[in-house]
Design a protein around this ligand. Structure first.
Ligand code: COA
Length: 371
């Protein structure tokens, strides 16, 4: 038996949801660059789940379905209020709340195509409601009910702040959602597929995926990028800070990638958004600092920024609290998790690899008094 640490390079399934080929990311064949520049997030979700873009009527009715499903059971919100609000990370809160949602869905364990579609709509529509409700509850505010006439992106920002966003913020947030929606067999998506391949339910698959996304080597990196930028504080401090970190072999969050070795195609979009948004807020130092760090890490280590690096200054410029960055990743990526879960169900086989045993040879049982 031979092993590959971290399953690097192992092709574990076939999938038609998204591809990374020669450094180009596509969602079902559509280049991420075209989607980032043109698509609404709702269009992308439709594409991921239906393997084609919607026409006008289909998009309107899909948007309505999502908007109508955005309210979560009151009991789930009430239980959130009993979480140890001040200490709990919003990703941990989201993981628990999504699991909780499953308790209030009487069709959670139904496996028909229609039941799965309904659950998909609910999960996609309700994650934003959970994330924003938790954020407001811990700030001592009441959750804001979703507005059915807003886009998915605008509604998230509305439920977070209680105010409808301006067009620039809505567009920027929409683009960020599009860029994070799917990414082939990343760690959280693989987790979701492993979970539902036991024929467990969609809520379990998404809950498991949230747990995987939470880690700093995956989605948790974006929050840590902002922590690093805040610690650095000013552009002039960037060089000594980063060189010292590299000398101590500390990983610089937001750099490197298992699959992309010549750059993450999503990063350039987020970089440009960061440039534009920081100019609007007047806090250009976050962009300037990021560019400086980018130069140093590229020169010193040959590592390029990934999706998480510039998204930090983008979300910060949109006025979003830093520990909500990873939950926002989940709000988008749940679309991809669901697409993969549906694909797994279509042609399922239990995912059960082997391990190469490295423990001792057979040992003799010793009664407890002789150990
Ligand atoms: N900063 C500094 N060094 C890094 C690095 C980073 N961000 N990413 C990788 N490296 C170095 C490792 O230390 C290792 O060096 P070594 O061979 O001298 O020990 C080498 O590059 C290979 O790294 P490894 O962690 O084995 O690569 P991987 O393919 O397993 O991991 C990531 C990929 C993304 C997990 C990794 O690049 C990382 O931890 N990045 C920071 C977290 C992050 O931004 N995650 C979001 C990913 S979208």
């Amino acid at each position: 038996m031979s092993t590959t640490k971290g399953l690097e390079g192992v092709v574990a399934t076939t999938s038609s949801v998204s591809s990374i080929i020669d450094g180009v990311l596509t969602y079902h064949g559509y280049d991420i660059d075209d989607l980032a520049d043109n698509a609404s997030f709702e269009e992308v979700v439709y594409l991921l789940w239906n393997h084609r873009l919607p026409d006008y009527e289909e998009l309107q009715s899909f948007k309505k379905e999502l908007a109508d499903a955005a309210e979560v059971p009151e009991a789930v919100i009430e239980q959130m209020k009993s979480y140890p609000i001040k200490d709990v990370h919003p990703m941990a809160a989201l993981r628990t709340a999504v699991s909780n949602l499953g308790l209030f869905d009487s069709s959670a364990d139904e496996t028909s195509e229609e039941a799965n579609r309904q659950k998909a709509i609910k999960l996609q529509a309700q994650l934003p409601t959970l994330v924003t409700a938790f954020s407001r509850i811990r700030d001592g505010k009441d959750p804001v009910a979703p507005k059915t006439d807003l886009s998915f992106a605008a509604n998230f920002l509305y439920m977070l702040t209680g105010e409808e966003p301006d067009e620039i913020s809505e567009k920027a947030f929409n683009k960020a959602l599009v860029l994070h929606a799917d990414h082939e067999l990343n760690a959280s998506t693989f987790t979701a597929r492993v979970c539902v391949a036991t024929l467990s339910d969609m809520y379990s698959g998404v809950t498991a995926a949230i747990g995987a996304l939470k880690g700093p080597l995956h989605g948790g990196a974006n929050e840590r990028v902002m922590k690093m930028l805040s610690e650095i504080g000013e552009v002039d401090n960037a060089e000594p800070y980063i060189k010292d970190a590299l000398a101590r072999k500390v990983k610089i969050m937001g750099f490197g990638h298992r699959v992309y070795k010549n750059g993450d195609p999503r990063a350039k979009h987020l970089k440009e958004m960061s440039r534009q948004l920081t100019h609007i807020t007047g806090e250009t130092k976050w962009y300037d600092m990021s560019v400086k760090i980018d130069e140093i890490v590229t020169n010193e280590k040959g590592l390029l920024p990934n999706v998480d690096f510039y998204s930090a200054s983008v979300y910060h410029s949109l006025g979003i609290e830093h520990d909500l960055f990873t939950p926002i990743f989940a709000v988008s990526r749940v679309s991809g998790w669901i697409a993969h879960i549906l694909e797994q169900f279509e042609n399922n086989r239990l995912i059960r690899p082997r391990a190469e045993y490295t423990g001792p040879d057979r040992q003799e049982w010793l009664p407890i008094e002789k150990r």
